[in-house]
Structure formats: C-alpha cells, structure tokens
Design a protein around this ligand. Sequence first.
Ligand SMILES: Cc1cc2nc3c(=O)[nH]c(=O)nc-3n(C[C@H](O)[C@H](O)[C@H](O)COP(=O)(O)OP(=O)(O)OC[C@H]3O[C@@H](n4cnc5c(N)ncnc54)[C@H](O)[C@@H]3O)c2cc1C
Length: 488
Amino acid sequence: MTDHEVVIAGGGPTGLMLAGELALARVDVVIVERRLSQDLAGSRAGGLHSRTIEVLDQRGIADRFLAQGQVGPVGYFAAVPLHLGDLPTRHNYLLALRQERIERILAAWVDELAVPVHRGREVSGLVQDATGVDVELSDGRSFRAEYLVGCDGGRSLVRKRAGIDFPGWDPSISYLIAEAEMAVEPPSGIRRDEKGTYALGKLEDGKRVRIVLREERVGQGDEPTFRELREALVGLYGTDYGLHDVTWLSRFTDMTRQAASYRNGRVLLAGDAAHVHSPMGGQGLNLGVQDAVNLGWKLAQVVNGSSPESLLDTYQTERHPVGARVLKTTMALTALSRGDDRMDALRETMSELLRMDEPRKRSAAMMSGLDIRYDLGAGNPLLGRRMPDLDLVTERGPQRVFTLLHQARPVLLNLGEPGVLDVTRWANRVQLVDGRYTGQWNLPVLGPVAAPSAVLIRPDGYVAWVGDQSQQGLADALFTWFGPPAAA
Ligand SMILES: Cc1cc2nc3c(=O)[nH]c(=O)nc-3n(C[C@H](O)[C@H](O)[C@H](O)COP(=O)(O)OP(=O)(O)OC[C@H]3O[C@@H](n4cnc5c(N)ncnc54)[C@H](O)[C@@H]3O)c2cc1C
C-alpha cells in the first residue's frame, strides 16, 4: 500500500515542471520542498531559451512567462552575439525572466493542477525495495511511494542516498555573487582579465547593484563573508564603491559533474540533482525543465501500468547525452571567459566563425535547445527531433500542433487522406488527428525537409514515427512508446 504514486524531492523549476507533467497524466504526485515558500534568495537563472519556451507552449502556459519577461533577439556564445531571429520556431528569441518569477509561475500552474506541496520539510532518507520506496522526512514522518524523483538540486541527498556516482571535474574558478547598495555609482558592465570575467550592474529597483566577481583562488562553501566580497571588489576595481547593505551574498563555481546514472531502481534524478556546471550560457534551468518533460509522461505510463518499467531506460539514454553536451559547452565557455592574449585570439577566431551563417545557426540551435535529436534509429530526418508547431487545418478548424499537446497526450497526426490511419487498439492513449498543412517543413540546423504524410508525436513533442498510409512500422512504434495494445 503506497501513500503516493510518485514523491518528488524538491520544488525548484525541475520538480515543479515534473509535478505538472505527472498531474496532467493523473498521477498521484506530491512535492516535498525544504523552503517555506517559493521565495528565492538572490538571483540565479535569468531567462529561458527557445526550446524551453516551446515545451511550455506545448502545455499552453508559455504566455504566462512571456507576459512577465522581456524578449531579446540575440543570444550569446562566449560573448559573441548570436542572432536568433531566423531560427525556425515561433519563439525565436531569448526570454529574460528571473528564476524567482519562473518558479512562481510554475508553482501557480502546479497549484491549479492540485498537486500537494509539503513545504518546510526535507527528504532526509530513503529505503527502496522491489515494490516501492520509503521516503523519510525531516519531521519524522515518511511516505511510501512507487517512485521517488530527486529534483533536489546539485547537492542532492536523493542522489547520494541512492548511491549514484557523480563523476566530473572539480571547480577551476569560483565567483562571488551579491546584491548590495553602493555609496558611489559603480561602472556598469562586464570586464574580463586573465582569470575570468566580473561584472557590476544595477538591479531592477534602480538602487541595488548586482555584483559578480571572479575570485583570486577557488573559494569553498556557498556562504562567503562580507569581508571576502569587499576584498574581491577592491582587488578587481581598486575600490569598494562604498559597499553596504548586502542583501544577498553567495558563491558559485564551474564544478562540472553528471550523475553516472539518472536512475537506480525506483529512484530517479532530474535537473541539477543529475548535473551541475558553470552558469555560463544560461543552460541549467532550461536543461532541468526539459529533463522533467522527457521523464514525466514516461513515468506516468509506467505508474499507470500502460508501459513496462523498461520505458524509463529511455530517459537515461535520451537525456544523459544531452546533459553531457551541455557540460562540455559550459566548460568551453568557461575557458573562453578568460582574457589573456591567447584566449582573446581564440575568441576572435570563434567570433569570425560565428559571424558565418552556418556556424551561427548551428550554435544558436544548440544554445536554444532546438537541435536536440534523440537517437530513435535511422530513417526520416524528423525522427527523434522536435515536432515543429505547424498551423494545421483540422476538422475543428485551424489548430496549432502544440495545442494538440496541451494535455500531454500523444498524437498521431495524419496529413494524408483523412480517415485512413487506425489507432483503435491504442485509442484510450493516443489521439488521432486528421489535418492539412501546405507550408514548408523547416527544421533547425537541417533547414527544409520533405513533408511526411503522417507523424506520431510523443507527449514531450518529439517525433516517434514518420510514415504514410501504409502504416508500416506504426504498430511497433505505438507499442514501444505507449505500451501493448488493448485486447481486441
Ligand atoms: C549564479 C547563477 C546563475 C544561473 N543562471 C542561469 C541561467 O541564466 N539560465 C539557466 O538556465 N540556469 C541558470 N542557473 C542554473 C539554475 O539556477 C539551476 O540549474 C536551476 O535552479 C536548477 O533547478 P532544479 O529545480 O533542478 O534545482 P534547484 O533550483 O536547486 O531546486 C532544488 C530544490 O530542492 C529543494 N531541496 C533541496 N534539498 C532538499 C531535500 N532534501 N528535501 C526537499 N527539498 C530539497 C531546494 O530548496 C530547492 O527548492 C544559474 C545558477 C546560478 C548559481
């Protein structure tokens, strides 16, 4: 007897997104969150990339984020501007929005979906067996769950207690990050020296200053002192600008590690619990939200009995390589953030390359997450790639593809002769939509591709099968992704 089908440790961006995905699939899920509210001390992530905005759009909630943020047409790779305007997506921009706001919007969505959030307590231990996990809480209580997902950040207790290794690279640089007032107006902007970058900039209130300073030596712990901040400021700027009233002070590093496995039995990891890296390139939150969208529907199908547990293996095979690539990219960005003559020369070379159309488009697609291709085998170029948000004409009138995904249910989209495809034996799981689309199919990086006459779209928006009215391979794909058919 379980208390809940799924317990999520941690209600940051990843845990909240996962909870929403599971709730849409009617899974009995709860979040256990250490913080008493969604308040977030200081600044962390500053925005969302295109693919993350797309996955939110697939759930019908992108507008909530767009309404509170500011869109910008340019991204960056190692300070080299990357124009995003010609990325083939509706969301061909960066959305500047602070993490606290992102979390609040996600928390409100999760609340609408009636997910209980147990705040002010921690997951303090776990014991798993063949049928479930006993999740111990800091208040002495415990929950029995079928699955536990650790979305509890870089220091994940769940990861440690599940005995999952976290190999990678120790930090090569550390930064102090703070919000404070200064008696003297400081210079705004980013500076660079042979050890790294540092920056000062006014916060939204026009009064406080956001301070990010590389440290002389790699610092330890995330509770640095006022004195360390002052000394670092004087060391880099020659003055402390009358620093006072520090409202927030923390430290981050470029430590780069990835969980050896995203799953041990009934315990799974997502977000920072599964990977940590330098914030350069603004990837972490985006990666975590997309982990959650990959895992959510799979875990839901396993929990509700429509798919075997082996479906969860595809979470690892699909998301681990995506995380590994982000780790490598952030390591490159950290190296390129140094400002000695050789690094300056390398950055100039990169900058020349990235001014060329093809490399720019590739890098923009990579940084925005639009170029992800899960390895679902050889075949049509659409296979394993994100489904574009086409403007369809259906029997219900004009409809966007992403609208069909709002309930996180798979879609078999028939673009050929209506009424020919048959999913009767998966009808309780897969929506069959007859539609017409006459425009071009244009994919990130690849450019135009031939229009298929039918595609099977997973709840996370990735294409699981491409075919035609012969339906060749369709039953296999339905079986693989959505479980055995209902008895005839
Ligand atoms: C300075 C800085 C700048 C950044 N900039 C960007 C950026 O621009 N773009 C970007 O995408 N990313 C950025 N990031 C990274 C981003 O902040 C993280 O990747 C993101 O917060 C990860 O989300 P998460 O939900 O996986 O983990 P977290 O946000 O760490 O959330 C984990 C949650 O779990 C809770 N918790 C922890 N332990 C327990 C426990 N035992 N029991 C219950 N609850 C627990 C915590 O209270 C927390 O709410 C930045 C990070 C830093 C430090």
